[in-house]
Design a protein around this ligand. Structure first.
Ligand code: AMP
Ligand code: MG
Length: 342
């Protein structure tokens, strides 16, 4: 049976808040990607998230709250965290901070830190207020696959494993939140790039911000016990957010090569290609944005990868995006989607 798709009426929000309070799961819209939410203070409810996604237990969850005060109930906020909260919350920024005891170990994969965020999607905010709970919510997709940015994506990936999807329309940002570890305010570190750049964070904090590179071996996993350093932000798994079809990144797609290629190769451009002959390739040619705008490209990338993935191609060849701060999150996700092996 497919999951029920709920329009965000007051009645639906009240009902879904009840589902969450009773320990159930609800797929929710956020400005980044759709999330699979459960009561973050209920270990059994959170176990349901891991089961539905087939997510490895060493991959911690982000806790979503409605206000800074609610964040302070699950994490130890320091002045740097408060400054970032003032500047970017509600919004696509997740802070890693020392956790408070109320947060069950399953949420943080046994770590003594917790990732917390105040999202800005109005429907998700209403739901958070309505249920009055912090909600743990990773992306609402089977682990490792392309993240969902539309309710249909959630339905296709998890529809037979969950009961409720709250429809909040297409995600405005389309890429997962920036994650920054601010436990040491003198040395903040971006663990996962997102719409809010390391440069913007550095400007608010007035200190340099380092950015962690993906350096985890494909498929490497923690073996029991404590989390290895490499898994501190498992979004850093070298291969993640991936389509099933092989994806290859190139500096430039030559129209002549695309025209000469076999029918089982698809091409993904950053901007709409100027060469009119490419129109003859139909659905084998796609682009992330009309004119190469980074925000528009970020909003579209996962939907494009899904469409191409469903086209039955042998290979998708995608253009690399510029190495500028505005494209950092997009470059990161395309790089991971293209990483081979698991
Ligand atoms: P997602 O599946 O996109 O919601 O991923 C949540 C991500 O947040 C995880 O994969 C980690 O990268 C990151 N994360 C969550 N909790 C922590 C934590 N305590 N420390 C570092 N990173 C975390
Ligand atoms: Mg995910």
């Amino acid at each position: 049976m497919p999951a029920t798709l709920h329009r965000p009426s007051r009645t639906a929000l009240r009902r879904l808040a009840g589902v969450l309070r009773r320990g159930g799961l609800v797929a929710v819209p956020t400005e980044t990607v759709y999330g699979l939410a459960a009561n973050a203070l209920d270990a059994d409810a959170c176990a349901g998230i891991f089961a539905a996604k087939e997510r490895p237990p060493e991959d911690p969850l982000i806790v979503h709250v409605a206000t800074v005060t609610a964040a302070a109930a699950v994490a130890e906020l320091n002045p740097a965290a408060r400054a970032l909260a003032r500047a970017f919350w509600p919004g696509p920024l997740t802070l890693v901070l020392p956790k408070k005891a109320v947060v069950p170990a399953i949420v943080t994969a046994g770590l003594d830190s917790v990732a917390v965020r105040v999202p800005r999607h109005p429907v998700f905010r209403d739901l958070l207020r309505q249920c009055g709970l912090p909600l743990a919510a990773p992306s609402a997709n089977p682990f490792g696959y392309v993240s969902p940015t539309l309710p249909e994506h959630v339905q296709r990936g998890l529809g037979d494993r969950i009961e409720h999807i709250l429809d909040g329309g297409p995600c405005e940002v389309g890429l997962e939140s920036t994650i920054v570890d601010v436990r040491n305010p003198a040395r903040p570190c971006v663990l996962r790039p997102g719409a809010i750049s390391a440069e913007q964070i550095a400007e608010v904090l007035g200190v340099p911000v380092s950015v962690r590179r993906a350096r985890v071996l494909p498929g490497s996993r923690r073996r029991g016990g404590r989390t290895a350093r490499a898994q501190r932000a498992p979004g850093l798994l070298a291969r993640h957010y991936s389509p099933g079809t092989r994806l290859r990144l190139v500096s430039r797609i030559e129209p002549a090569d695309a025209l000469a290629a076999g029918r089982r190769v698809a091409y993904l451009f950053l901007a709409r290609p100027a060469d009119p002959r490419l129109a003859a390739l139909g659905g084998r040619v796609a682009w992330l944005s009309e004119a190469g705008d980074p925000a528009e490209a970020g909003r579209n990338v996962y939907a494009r990868l899904r469409t191409l993935d469903e086209g039955g191609y042998r290979e998708i060849i995608a253009e690399r995006v510029p190495s500028e701060p505005a494209f950092a999150a997009l470059a990161d996700r395309l790089g991971r989607a293209a990483a081979r092996g698991r």
